[in-house]
Design a protein around this ligand. Structure first.
Ligand SMILES: C[S@@+](CC[C@H](N)C(=O)[O-])C[C@H]1O[C@@H](n2cnc3c(N)ncnc32)[C@H](O)[C@@H]1O
Length: 505
């Protein structure tokens, strides 16, 4: 299906105006459809929304047209939209066959209302039937199909550091969602994609959302950028590890996790000093190799890194996930079996036992000894995490600047919302474990010993860490020197993970 013209800003502006006038917004949809139908739509289930839009209203017509991709009678569309110019510029077409009936119109793209972080009314333009991958898989199996916003897109948007910057780069922009977010806090936004159709959708998304134009470049990864460098790089790349490239939106066309490795490794040269690069990625868990070492080896020189593995799937779960994503489970069973088999062959050849999914953040610090943290945290977190990410790197700087002696002279306070949990057998006098738990951000939990728990409990910024340890030593009848010797590692961890905050930082 040809895409609407991106050279008619006048038409895009009129369409935006009409959509807003009809309250075709994220909030408006929630009100019209109700939460169950609204969230079902986000799972690609359309029946509840079809039932909720049986009436004649303007919003109902727009939902049927742009989200459910049903034909709508000309007269009903004309009540809401400037039909003739939208037909002329390719946003709408006349329904061709008897199924649609004469005098009915269809949309050529999915236009999905999306609420920005400050309540902005944005619209994401993508291919029909592909706005989300749901239980039935995507609606098209064309190689160059452009997907809308999915869980991965919003995860990356949520973890991105949102400080004001001069330049931002979105690699593999797709429908343009990351570029749209970046336009709020970056003076210049550049977006690349291998797929020209994706760049076209991005141009429409930005224009229809009322955002400034971006510098759009066609080509692979950083290749179309010359030697330009950026303050922020984001990418939700085609990270799927598959037996062969089929769908551009997810299969990068390189073997195994090579595409993720390349995009991370090459980011070092593309970042300005102090800049962040943030990626979603998949990595192989290879027999006889620590996954942590594999991803650690991707970190470029001069960069600090924080890598979080959020999930691991075995090879069968992984193959099934992506077979379903493409709708392969709805094809001929023999074809499905052959594809599944090919996927497992590929993993076997690469000695891959599982696949990790996670977040990679780099910060170009230029430090002689960069700090690289690779960890697994699979529990729920509180998005958005952009500020948490920035604070993590600030704490790394702090810890790098303070050796153990300096740390003991510092004052700390317990971060807000941290609670202590005692775990042990019911009725037991003493807990077996003491756990500190955060209720914000990463929502971390960490086990501490009695000294750690006591220390954290006293930290209100009044006494230095060393003085607190001396008091604890006296209470417990321990040698104060030994305690001062063995505790800084625990304090370091509590600071690194955000349980303790240095006073005055
Ligand atoms: C998973 S989609 C992400 C889309 C969007 N940025 C988001 O967050 O929803 C990956 C995008 O990367 C593009 N792509 C695939 N191979 C690429 C390559 N080698 N270089 C640049 N982009 C590529 C695809 O066309 C697709 O638009």
């Amino acid at each position: 299906m040809p895409l609407p013209s991106s050279d008619r800003p006048d038409v895009t502006a009129r369409l935006r105006e009409a959509l807003l006038a009809a309250d075709f917004t994220a909030d408006g949809l929630l009100e019209l459809l109700g939460a169950p139908a609204y969230t079902a739509l986000a799972r690609s289930e359309t029946v509840p929304a079809l039932r909720a839009t049986r009436g004649d209203g303007a919003q109902a017509s727009l939902v049927r047209l742009f989200l459910l991709q049903h034909p709508v009678p000309y007269a009903r569309v004309a009540d809401v939209l400037p039909v003739d110019v939208l037909l002329e510029s390719g946003w709408l077409v006349r329904a061709e066959d008897g199924a649609g009936g004469t005098g009915e119109l269809r949309a050529t793209v999915d236009v999905r209302p999306y609420g920005g972080p400050d309540g902005e009314d944005w619209f994401i333009v993508s291919d029909l039937g592909c706005a989300v991958g749901g239980a039935g898989g995507i609606g098209s199996r064309d190689e160059g199909v452009v997907l809308g916003v999915g869980g991965a897109s919003t995860t990356l948007a949520g973890i991105t550091v949102r400080k004001p910057v001069a330049s931002a780069l979105d690699v593999g922009t797709g429908s343009g969602i990351q570029a749209l977010h970046a336009a709020r806090h970056a003076t210049r936004v550049t977006a690349t994609d291998l797929n020209p159709r994706a760049l076209h959708c991005t141009r429409l998304t930005l224009a229809l959302s009322g955002a400034p134009e971006a510098d759009l470049r066609e080509g692979s990864l950083y290749e179309p950028l010359g030697d330009a460098t950026y303050d922020l790089i984001v990418s939700n790349p085609p990270f799927v590890i598959s037996p062969g490239a089929r769908l551009t939106y997810r299969d990068g066309g390189m073997g195994g996790d090579d595409l993720c490795r390349s995009i991370v490794q090459e980011a070092g040269e593309r970042l300005n000093e102090g800049g962040y690069a943030q990626f979603l990625a998949n990595w192989q868990h290879v027999e006889g190799e620590e996954w942590t070492e594999r991803v650690r080896s991707w970190v470029p020189r001069d960069c600090d890194a924080w890598i979080v593995q959020r999930e691991v799937q075995d090879v069968t779960q992984y193959a099934e996930l992506w077979l379903r994503d493409a709708g392969d489970h709805r094809t001929d069973p023999a074809e499905y079996a052959a594809r599944y088999d090919a996927w497992l062959d590929e993993f076997e050849a690469r000695k891959t036992r599982g696949v990790g999914f996670g977040w990679i953040t780099l910060r170009k610090s230029g430090a002689t000894e960069p700090s690289v943290t690779v960890e697994e945290w699979t529990h729920p977190v509180e998005q958005p995490l952009g500020e948490t990410v920035q604070a993590f790197f600030a704490r790394q700087d702090y810890l790098r600047e303070h050796d153990d002696a300096a740390l003991l002279a510092e004052h700390f306070k317990l971060a807000g919302g941290v609670v202590q949990e005692q775990i042990g057998l019911p009725g037991a006098e003493d807990p077996e474990h003491v756990v500190l738990r955060q209720h914000r951000g990463m929502r971390r939990a960490t086990q501490v010993d009695t000294v750690g728990a006591g220390f954290a409990g006293v930290c209100d910024g009044t006494l230095s860490a060393g003085r607190i340890l001396d008091a604890i030593a006296q209470l417990m009848g321990e040698d104060a020197v030994l305690l001062r010797d063995r505790t800084p590692a625990q304090i370091r961890l509590l600071v690194e993970q955000g349980f303790l905050e240095p006073v005055g930082q």
